[in-house]
Design a protein around this ligand. Structure first.
Ligand SMILES: *Cc1c(COP(=O)(O)O)cnc(C)c1O
Length: 359
């Protein structure tokens, strides 16, 4: 690519992950593309997944759903965030399927739909123990009746796990509650419960997957799909006592080679958590001193020219992978992923062929 720094997303790896998740689920696998597909680019991924036959996608917010529609993505888009009454009209106009957790939102949806001559469709969210959004599971039946009495067509009913990947005991509690909800509400609704960790660790029928789709869970054969690459803007040799970067934290012994890479924390590299990058021939190059907003200095065993390519973020679970960054930063991979740069050009590749470029 004619750029000094860019991101590559491997759609083949995305398909591999999707296939693997589908093999484990007994029902439908819903790709979750919220937060710009966890930093991977919602629109290109949505277009690709729809071409691959995905019948239903999920995002968190109305604006995310709008962006997909404006980008030409048709088909069913579920809004995972609980609908606010103020959003009812636009959700209807865009043909998005909102999530209802309150009667106020259901009333707004039904009212606006009537005024616009549209059918109000929705999924009902049931709270089985997370206490974030949803009608209390013990009252699911009354809630469903009340929402349907308003004229809303409830197509799906779902809940969300609070401790998947952390506490199996409470997952079981939530699963039992959700089964009771299913028994009380009966057939005719599309029920879905598990997220990636829920599916991978406990199995599931209809599931909503984000992190697993992006391959950011080790140990199940999933593969990270994103790489960040950069070419140096400057290569030089340090003299003894030279200090590098803000705070002058790295002090040279003298004689080491240094490359400046044009990516920094504004591109999603977590400050204080990127210890090394992969240089030419896969050599691990330590970061020298603090990385800055737009630039990062690394140490080289020997000089390279400005055409050399460095893999700043590699699609694996090693020391230059996203999980290593998250761990060093003391946070979860979700948080690191959603901060990946929007300003770097991106290439979406399938078997080495560029399917889409975003700059
Ligand atoms: C984000 C989200 C998911 C996906 O979770 P992962 O852990 O990334 O698989 C599923 N369901 C809801 C309601 C979510 O908000």
């Amino acid at each position: 690519m004619e750029a000094r720094a860019w991101i590559e997303v491997d759609l083949g790896a995305l398909l591999h992950n999707l296939r693997l998740l589908k093999e484990r689920a007994r029902g439908e696998v819903i790709p979750v593309l919220k937060a710009d597909a966890y930093g991977h680019g919602a629109l290109p991924l949505a277009r690709f997944l729809v071409r691959q036959g995905a019948g239903r996608l999920a995002v968190a917010t109305l604006a995310e759903g709008r962006a997909l529609r404006q980008g030409g993505v048709e088909g069913e888009i579920l809004l995972l965030g609980s609908l606010h009454p103020l959003e009812a009209e636009e959700a209807l106009r865009l043909g998005l399927v909102p999530t209802l957790s309150t009667l106020e939102a259901a009333q707004a949806l039904a009212g606006r739909a009537k005024a616009l001559g549209l059918v109000p469709r929705a999924h009902l969210k049931v709270d089985t123990g997370m206490n974030r959004v949803g009608f209390p599971w013990q009252e699911a039946r009354e809630a469903l009746r009340a929402v349907e009495a308003l004229g809303v067509r409830v197509e799906g009913v779902y809940s969300h796990l609070a401790t998947a990947g952390e506490e199996a005991g409470f997952v079981e509690v939530q699963r039992r509650r959700f089964q009771e909800v299913q028994r009380a509400l009966g057939e005719g609704y599309f029920y879905h419960l598990e997220n990636s960790h829920g599916l991978l660790l406990h199995g599931g029928e209809n599931v909503r997957v984000g992190l697993g789709l992006y391959g950011l869970i080790p140990g199940f054969g999933l593969r990270p799909i994103l790489r960040m690459l950069a070419r140096p803007t400057l290569v030089k040799r340090l003299r003894p006592g030279d200090r590098v970067g803000y705070g002058g934290e790295y002090v040279a012994r003298g004689g080491e080679w240094l490359a400046t890479l044009p990516v920094g924390y504004a591109d999603g590299l977590p400050r204080g958590a990127v210890a090394q990058v992969r240089g030419p021939e896969g050599i691990l190059c330590p970061v020298a001193g603090r990385l800055s907003m737009d630039q990062t200095m690394v140490l080289l065993p020997r000089p390279v020219d400005l055409q050399a390519t460095f893999e700043v973020l590699s699609p694996d679970f090693g020391p230059t992978g996203l999980l290593a960054w998250a761990q060093a930063r003391g946070t979860i991979p979700y948080e690191v992923a959603v901060h990946l740069s929007r300003r770097l050009p991106r290439r979406y590749l399938l078997e080495g062929e560029v399917l889409e470029e975003v700059s």
